[in-house]
Design a protein around this ligand. Structure first.
Ligand SMILES: NC(=O)c1ccc[n+]([C@@H]2O[C@H](COP(=O)([O-])OP(=O)(O)OC[C@H]3O[C@@H](n4cnc5c(N)ncnc54)[C@H](O)[C@@H]3O)[C@@H](O)[C@H]2O)c1
Length: 340
């Protein structure tokens, strides 16, 4: 048996690690006794979200932009695995900042991958993509799998698809093992909360007794708790290379495909309220149900945290007044610190 010492602890580099998903990964990996390095340019002044880890001896933070190779190249040389989370995330923000989105989500990510490709120490490169790539599916009752035709509707999803293609077409070299995870829509508590995500948004609206406007209530989408994403990424890092090398996986669970109305029912069961207005024809036309059989079969991954768990933890945190301390922003983000 090889004992884990300070020196041989695997160093996981989270690019964009100060965000909603990244900060949950930090917690998870530190608990697993791994070393965690975060590279993030703190686009939303979100340093508060990583403050509690700063003094941990297994944690390092570098405020750097993924587009500045010189600022991160030496950091990458000490990494075992890289999880690529950084970017402008979601349809509204990529539409609002089109030039910046191209610069980060398209050119920046591409160049960053090229740098990783040339290094010999990166055993895993995990590119976090999205099920939004499936866009709009007209085939009712059909679950879309990794081989289904992609139909990205937004700038955000189009740029994810572009990077997926670029990555998967890189010529194989023995040092480079990329894996693409198409994440379902996330939910659950995080040090950097996002209340623009459906489950979190509905829960917060009900807690705060706001009137909730629900657009296109019968449209389907898959959901997954942030802590389940952490469990999956950990699996990808520690599993045999042949299982994940140049593979694409949908990340989630078949039982978590829901319509917005379905989500609403779950929230209403825990927070019985009825201040909801249904509306039709939002600008967001996404409607898809996803098949997660591949990740279950090959990586033996199945989710552990239900929607009820996520709704309850947000509710409890609110009751305990934790939200007074957790700073959060709504969906219409303003980018504060980015160079163009
Ligand atoms: N949240 C979801 O529901 C969801 C679903 C599918 C896929 N994803 C993917 O997961 C990843 C993380 O999403 P999130 O919800 O945590 O978003 P987030 O906005 O909370 O986090 C993104 C982080 O990236 C950082 N960042 C942005 N540009 C950067 C740059 N140029 N250099 C360094 N850091 C930069 C930001 O400061 C932020 O901390 C994204 O790639 C997203 O596309 C998220």
């Amino acid at each position: 048996m090889v004992l884990m010492t300070e020196n041989n602890k695997k160093n996981i580099i989270l690019v964009g690690g100060a965000g909603y998903i990244g900060t949950v990964l930090i917690e998870y990996f530190l608990e697993k006794n791994l070393r965690v390095t975060v590279i993030d340019n703190l686009l939303y002044s979100n340093k508060f979200a990583i403050k509690k880890y700063i003094k941990n001896k297994n944690f390092k933070f570098y405020k750097a932009d993924m587009r500045d190779k010189n600022s991160y190249k030496n950091i990458l040389k000490k990494g075992y695995a890289v999880v690529l989370l950084a970017g402008l995330v979601g349809d509204p923000i990529t539409k609002k900042y089109k030039t910046l989105s191209k610069s980060i989500n398209s050119l920046g990510v591409r160049r960053f991958i090229e740098t990783c490709y040339k290094l010999k120490n990166i055993n895993r490169l995990i590119f976090v993509s999205t099920c939004s790539n499936y866009g709009l599916s007209n085939k009712k009752n059909i679950l879309l799998n990794e081989n289904s035709k992609l139909n990205p509707l937004s700038i955000y999803a189009k740029q994810k698809v572009e990077i997926e293609k670029f990555l998967i077409n890189l010529k194989k070299n023995k040092f480079f093992s990329p894996c693409i995870l198409r994440f379902a829509t996330a939910f659950g508590l995080s040090p950097r909360m996002r209340f623009d995500l459906t489950v979190n948004h509905f829960t917060k609206s009900f807690i705060e007794k706001e009137t909730l406007e629900v657009y296109d209530p019968n449209t389907w989408r898959p959901y997954c708790h942030v802590k389940d994403f952490a469990r999956l990424i950990h699996k990808v890092i520690i599993c045999e290379k042949k299982l994940i090398n140049y593979q694409i996986f949908n990340a989630g669970n078949n039982k978590n495909n829901f319509t917005k109305k379905g989500i609403l029912k779950k929230v209403q069961k825990i927070l019985p309220r009825n201040n909801v207005i249904f509306k039709k024809k939002d600008v967001d036309r996404r409607n898809y149900r996803v098949d997660f059989a591949k990740v279950k079969k090959l990586l033996k991954f199945t989710t552990k945290y239900s929607l009820e768990y996520g709704i309850n933890e947000i509710f409890k945190s609110y009751k305990n007044k934790n939200f007074k301390r957790i700073k959060y922003q709504l969906g219409n983000y303003t980018v504060k610190n980015a160079r163009k």
